[in-house]
Design a binder for this molecule. Structure first.
Ligand code: CAA
Length: 445
């Protein structure tokens, strides 16, 4: 059986930074801990005036191709996942290929290009498409480039404004991958929902509180569906669980539900029973409300047990480090969570080869997907090649006024002139509009 998965990862963050506790919270009149402790966010990445989803995606992809010594003919597919597209016909992948052709010998004329849309889950769906293409034997020995790129901006004053972010994750999907192999088994939880949507508008219509409930409901369905094909999951068999992370506080809720589900009818439930009692079972209650109340009580107790806290610190916390400094990158977010976990393992000298990850992706509208991954031998070398720490440290720290200017620059309905905050070096930049109203890009040495 061919092993297929992620062979390489590169990350490109927007070059500006909004400090949430120190810059955003005071202007909003909020306690900074609402952001750092409640949401779990410290900084959001923002795109400079010459950056957008194409430049960030192309810059991540260029670095990935250079590092892996690839040329365009090694790539048979370029799939871009985004919620921030600016064209209803021409896919972002064509713009990115055009950028890459400015700097690499050869072209991508024989690569299949597309754009995937299903809110934040589209990045994982693009990996899926690449996986299926390779498994079907249609790849002619070539690899697929999957790029998840977003400028996740909300209307000013929307509660979601605190969870913004901008950046791209480029991933190479190939046979005999170096980072992780993907499981054949997958689970889905999918339903027609209106929690978060952008009906031909740039900034989302969001029902924030409801979106959190929908996330949890669909994730639970996906886990049950996954277990129906892969068998029961047990917390001790899984090293990390990277979730889609709109903000770390969301994952805190998902992890607690997941742990309760995974430990039901296990020795862990028995061991915790002395402290908490057994988990409430629906059949033991006369009404749904009474059952739900009992569940809430159990979960309140569970989250304070040493057993749960240890598990959370080991399995979940390492997935959240990048997100807390970068914000929500929509389609790239779950891929940042995976990277964050692997990066923490590399930094702490933890061996991971052969270990299992359970990956929980989510897109509003709404769909969750769960699959497993097995870490491969080359993971450490790949992760150590990342430059995300240097990129984060170099970001320009915006004042609140500057943040509002940057937000306006990227607002499609506004036209304002703002000087760039950073100097582009060795990267693609937005260079204005062409005759057909297309966006134009150039490479700056
Ligand atoms: N100290 C510590 N904690 C504090 C605090 C303080 N001073 N003040 C508030 N908090 C806590 C709150 O208790 C809350 O935590 P709990 O939910 O655990 O109780 C948390 O901080 C957030 O506070 P609020 O609920 O008051 O925050 P809010 O109402 O202003 O906004 C939000 C929260 C609704 C999630 C908003 O950020 C939002 O709309 N975000 C966009 C939608 C979103 O991300 N939804 C997630 C699921 S959908 C998805 O995942 C797809 C996607 O990417 C968009």
């Amino acid at each position: 059986m061919t092993s297929v998965g992620i062979d390489a990862i590169e990350i490109w963050t927007g070059k500006l930074r909004l400090d949430l506790p120190n810059t955003f919270a005071p202007v909003k009149g909020d306690d900074p801990e609402k952001y750092t402790k409640g949401l779990g966010l410290h900084n959001s990445s923002m795109p400079d005036v010459y950056e957008d989803i194409v430049t960030m995606g192309a810059n991540a992809a260029k670095r990935l191709m250079e590092r892996k010594g690839l040329s365009p003919q090694d790539i048979g597919r370029i799939d871009v996942a985004t919620e921030s597209a600016f064209d209803n016909s021409k896919p972002v992948s064509t713009y990115i290929a055009g950028c890459l052709e400015q700097v690499f010998e050869g072209d991508f004329h024989h690569a299949n290009k597309g754009e995937r849309k299903f809110a934040c889950v589209a990045g994982t769906q693009s990996i899926d498409d690449a996986y299926n293409w390779i498994k079907a034997g249609r790849n002619r020995g070539r690899a697929a480039l999957v790029i998840a790129t977003d400028t996740a901006l909300y209307a000013r004053g929307d509660p979601g404004e605190a969870t913004q972010g901008a950046g791209a994750v480029a991933m190479l999907i190939s046979e005999d991958p170096s980072v992780v192999e993907l499981s054949t088994e997958q689970g889905y939880g999918s339903a027609d929902e209106t929690d978060f949507l952008k009906p031909n508008q740039q900034f989302p219509s969001v029902d924030g509180k409801r979106s959190m409930k929908v996330y949890l409901a669909r994730m639970r369905e996906a886990l049950e569906d996954y277990e129906s094909v892969a068998g029961r999951t047990h917390p001790d068999d899984i090293t990390y669980i990277p979730f889609h992370t709109p903000f770390p506080g969301m994952v805190r809720k998902a992890a607690l539900l997941g742990y309760r589900h995974m430990t039901r009818d296990t020795e862990i439930e028995e061991e915790l029973a002395a402290e908490l009692g057994r988990q409430p079972r629906e059949e033991d209650f006369d009404s749904w409300d009474a059952y739900e109340e009992a569940i809430r009580g159990y979960m309140d107790g569970l989250k304070d047990t040493d057993r749960y806290r240890d598990w959370y610190a080991r399995t979940i916390e390492p997935t959240l480090t990048l997100s807390g400094q970068l914000g929500n990158w929509y389609t790239g977010s779950v891929h940042l969570a995976r990277t964050s976990a692997l990066k923490t393992a590399a930094e702490t000298g933890k061996g991971l080869t052969g270990e299992k990850l359970l990956v929980g992706s989510y897109g509003s509208g709404a769909q969750a997907e769960i699959h497993a991954e097995t870490v491969q031998e080359g993971w450490k070398e790949e992760i150590e090649a990342l430059t995300i720490d240097e990129q984060m440290a170099r970001r320009y720290d915006l004042s609140f006024d500057e943040y509002e200017q940057v937000h306006d620059v990227h607002n499609h309905d506004k036209e304002i002139d703002v000087e760039e905050f950073t100097q582009p070096v060795g990267e693609f930049v937005f260079a204005g509009w062409g005759r057909m109203n297309e966006r134009k890009y150039e490479y700056v040495d």
